[in-house]
Design a protein around this ligand. Structure first.
Ligand code: PEP
Ligand code: MN
Length: 283
C-alpha cells in the first residue's frame, strides 16, 4: 500500500503500539461497541412512507434511521430525492421515534445546512473521492458515514477517511457496501475482507451495507451475520413499507415484517458472538 500514510486513522500510534479503537457517538447511539443497526428507506419519498418505515424499524429494534433526501442516481430522469422537504420529514420522524437520523449529502455546498437537520452525514459510494466534499465534512463536528466506492481499493477508501480526519473531524465510520466484479447474480460483491482489513489498519468503526452489497433481500440476513462475525460494528439495511412501489432500490428493500424477522435473527447472532468471547482482532 504505497500511498497509505494513515496519520490520523492508523490503528497504531507513532511508537507502534495499538491505539484505542474509536467510538462514534451519533446523538447518543455509540458506534464501535456492540453492533448497531441503521435502517430505513433508500429514499425519503413522502411523510407517510418515511414515518411508516421509521416506526416499523424502531419497533423492530433499530437504533438509527436512514433515508436519502438527495439521491445520486444513474439516470438524470430517475427520482433525485426531495431535498429540504425530505430533511424536514426525517427531522419529524426523529421526533416521532427518537431515532437519530443518517442521510446522504452529495454537494459540498450543502454540508453545513444539511448537518443542522440530521445526526450523521453519509458519503455515498459514487462520491467517495469527492475531495471537496470530504474536506467540507472534515470541517464540521457531526459524524460521517463514509461508504467505500464501488470501484475503489481499500487503500483509496482509507485515504478518503484520512481526508476527513486531517481536516479536524474525528467522528468517522467506514462502510463496506460491495464492489463491482464480474458477478451478476448479486448487485455487487460484498467484500468482507475489507472489513477485517480496515479494522486491522485503522482505529475507526466499520459497518456493512448488505442491502447494496448484495441487492437481494434473501441475502441480507446471512451477510449481516457474516459481517458481525468478521468484526463489523453494525449494519445498514434498507426497509420500505411497500418495496414494489419504491422510487429507488425497491428490489433490495426488506418489508417491515421481513425486517422484524431479520432483527430477531441478527440479535441472536450478535448475542451468540458476544458470549463466545472477544471480537476478532489482529493476532
Ligand atoms: C444508499 O445508501 O442508498 C446508496 C445510494 O448507497 P451507495 O452510495 O452505497 O450506493
Ligand atoms: Mn439505496
Amino acid at each position: 500500500m504505497k500511498n497509505l500514510t494513515l496519520t490520523s486513522i492508523d490503528a497504531a500510534d507513532g511508537s507502534g503500539a495499538r491505539r484505542e479503537r474509536s467510538r462514534v457517538n451519533v446523538d447518543g447511539v455509540i458506534i464501535g461497541e456492540s453492533p448497531v443497526v441503521i435502517a430505513g428507506p433508500c429514499g425519503v419519498e413522502s411523510e407517510a412512507q418515511t414515518m411508516t418505515a421509521a416506526v416499523a424499524v424502531k419497533q423492530a429494534g433499530a437504533q438509527l434511521l436512514r433515508g436519502g433526501a438527495f439521491k445520486p442516481r444513474t439516470s438524470p430522469y430517475a427520482f433525485q430525492g426531495l431535498g429540504l422537504q425530505g430533511l424536514k420529514i426525517l427531522a419529524k420522524a426523529k421526533v416521532e421515534t427518537g431515532l437519530p437520523v443518517v442521510t446522504e449529502v452529495i454537494d459540498p455546498r450543502d454540508v453545513n445546512w444539511v448537518a443542522e437537520y440530521v445526526d450523521m452525514l453519509q458519503v455515498g459510494a459514487r462520491n467517495m473521492q469527492n475531495f471537496t466534499l470530504l474536506k467540507a465534512l472534515g470541517r464540521i463536528k457531526k459524524p460521517v458515514l463514509l461508504k467505500r466506492g464501488m470501484y475503489s481499493t481499500i487503500e483509496e477508501w482509507l485515504n478518503c477517511a484520512e481526508y476527513i480526519l486531517s481536516e479536524g473531524n474525528p467522528h468517522v465510520v467506514l462502510c463496506e457496501r460491495g464492489i463491482r466484479t464480474f458477478e451478476t447474480y448479486t448487485r455487487n460483491t460484498l467484500d468482507l475482507s475489507a472489513v477485517a482489513a480496515a479494522k486491522e489498519l485503522t482505529h475507526l468503526p466499520v459497518i456493512v451495507d448488505p442491502t447494496h452489497g448484495t441487492g437481494r433481500p434473501s441475502l441480507i440476513a446471512p451477510m449481516s451475520a457474516a459481517a458481525v462475525a468478521a468484526g463489523a460494528d453494525g449494519v445498514i439495511i434498507e426497509v420500505h413499507p411497500e418495496p414494489e412501489k419504491a422510487l429507488s432500490d425497491g428490489d433490495q428493500a426488506l418489508t417491515p415484517n421481513q425486517f422484524f424477522t431479520f432483527m430477531q435473527r441478527f440479535q441472536a447472532v450478535t448475542q451468540a458472538l458476544a458470549q463466545s468471547g472477544p471480537k476478532p482482532s489482529v493476532l
